[in-house]
Design a protein around this ligand. Structure first.
Ligand code: SAH
Length: 473
């Protein structure tokens, strides 16, 4: 290691930036969060720097660099495009033992600016010792992903309670073991939920008992299949999980993102066939969380859209289990996007209805007259066998026979198919194209836009095209 990382206190200290271009501005941005007094030395500066000078953020000396400018400086940056000036700045700073960073010139620099992850008071600095700043930024982005916004809160919390912990556990080994449970447990969990009072209570309980219990459930929406549609919170939950209970619709690609040591348990629900009954799933979640495990309940799409997530959470509440909920991209939103079908469109549809037509009881509960009457886009979450009933009911209640429709089968997955037609031909389309679950049915004028706006996977097919494609015997 040639460059030693050292955190400098520059609050109210003088930082001199020689040069007033875009690079200077980026460096100034880096410094500014630490509250120094910044002086720019340059004959001209960018308009946006000028605006910030006028707003009083820092001062500007409108002239060329002079050696005296370094008087009292804590750090110096040379960012001009004139090599001679940069050299003069570096020489003057080095002679005065003031750390200097010369942009794009390691030889002249005695300090480098790292890429920073700022969750103050937690601050992570990343450097490649100047060899590849772009790579340092890449690593920083990875760290940003792994470390959620609440880590700063956690760092402040720990700063505050450090003394109490030290007083309670005099022995270093004991203290370390306590920290290990604390950092995995209910305190960071509560801070992530923006419940500081819960964090405080969890901490006091932990201090009393000597360990922090970490049991909680994260109800996670896995989205429709493409792992790129996971949220950062979903990824973090998967990577912290002790055990994952997942549904049939969750793709293997997504499961492979779980922590390697996590136990993966299929509770594979599919329409009609509930391999693990809901009550049993509810009980499993409670049991494992109560035993102190970090449980992830992973569901296709969004857990609160036709996902029975509500029932699972009600059970957790009844048993006093801590939980959090991570939304996912629901099938209608994802299939619309990946099929090039805007669910709303100023010219075609001002609203969208999510409807489940999954099983007979759901079909019986649908308000067909209102669905047939409205011009809103219908996004029908369905078992493919429901299509007969859907077509018949909508036509019987007066929906136009030539209303455009689209099936999106395996939406967002490599094998995605989009099948387009009209409401009166929906059953025929499903049969001839052999549409299989999971499939979403979109009904409304917007469905016709798929022809024009499709961008992902195979092009949309009509019944004829699909029939000749599948060439059923
Ligand atoms: N909670 C889920 C929906 C569960 S109901 C969500 O928010 O998406 C299951 C139905 O969702 C399936 O029958 C199908 O209609 C739809 N679905 C889920 N994933 C899908 C996908 N990748 N492509 C098309 N439809 C999908």
């Amino acid at each position: 290691m040639r460059w030693f990382p050292l955190f400098l206190d520059i609050r109210d200290r003088k930082v001199v930036v020689v040069g007033g271009g875009q690079i200077a501005e980026r460096k100034i941005d880096l410094f500014q969060s630490a509250g120094p007094c910044i002086t720019i030395i340059a004959p001209t500066i960018t308009a946006s720097l000028q605006a910030r000078v006028e707003a009083g953020q820092f001062t500007w000396e409108m002239r060329r660099f002079e050696v005296n400018d370094l008087e009292g400086a804590a750090v110096v940056v040379a960012s001009t495009d004139d090599d001679a000036v940069n050299r003069a700045v570096a020489a003057a700073a080095t002679a005065r033992s003031i750390p200097v960073n010369v942009v794009d010139n390691l030889e002249l620099s005695t300090g480098i600016l790292p890429a920073i992850v700022d969750r103050s008071p937690l601050v992570i600095a990343v450097s490649t010792e100047g060899s590849a700043p772009a790579f340092a930024r890449h690593v920083r982005a990875r760290i940003e992903m792994a470390i959620d916004e609440s880590f700063g809160e956690l760092a402040s919390f720990l700063r505050r309670v450090r003394g109490q912990i030290k007083a309670r556990f005099a022995d270093l080994g004991e203290r370390r073991r306590f920290y290990a449970t604390l950092l995995e447990g209910a305190v960071p969990d509560a801070l992530r939920r923006r419940r500081p009072e819960d964090a405080e209570a969890a901490f006091l309980a932990a201090l009393e008992s000597g360990v922090s219990s970490g049991g909680h459930v994260t109800l996670v929406g896995a989205g429709p299949g493409d792992p790129g549609l996971l949220t950062l919170h979903a990824l973090r939950a998967l990577q912290a999980a002790d055990i994952v209970f997942y549904d049939r619709l969750v793709s293997a690609d997504i499961l492979s993102l779980a922590r390697r040591e996590a136990e993966l348990v299929s509770v594979g629900k599919s329409a009609g066939d509930h391999s693990v009954p809901q009550e049993r799933i509810n009980a499993l979640l409670v049991e494992h969380a109560a035993a102190g495990q970090r449980v992830v309940r992973l569901k296709g799409g969004d857990p609160f859209v036709f996902g029975r997530g509500g029932e699972e959470i009600e059970t957790l509440v009844a048993h006093g289990i801590a939980y959090s909920i991570v939304p996912g991209v629901t099938a209608a939103v994802a299939c619309g996007a990946y099929a090039g079908i805007p669910l709303t469109h100023r010219d075609h549809s001002r609203g969208v209805r999510f409807v489940t037509a999954h099983v007979k009881s759901a079909l019986d509960a649908v308000d067909w007259p209102s669905l047939a009457r409205e011009s809103d886009t219908l996004a029908i979450y369905m078992g493919v066998s429901s299509i007969e009933r859907v077509q018949q009911e909508l036509l019987a209640h007066g929906k136009a026979a030539d209303t455009p429709i689209a099936f999106v089968e395996n939406g967002t997955r490599p094998e995605q198919r989009v099948l387009i037609g009209m409401l009166s031909g929906a059953i025929d389309l499903a049969n001839r194209a052999q549409v299989r679950s999971p499939a979403l049915l979109i009904i409304g004028a917007v469905a016709a836009l798929a022809t024009e706006l499709a961008w992902f996977g195979a092009a949309p097919l009509t019944a004829e095209e699909a029939a000749s494609n599948t060439s059923a015997p």
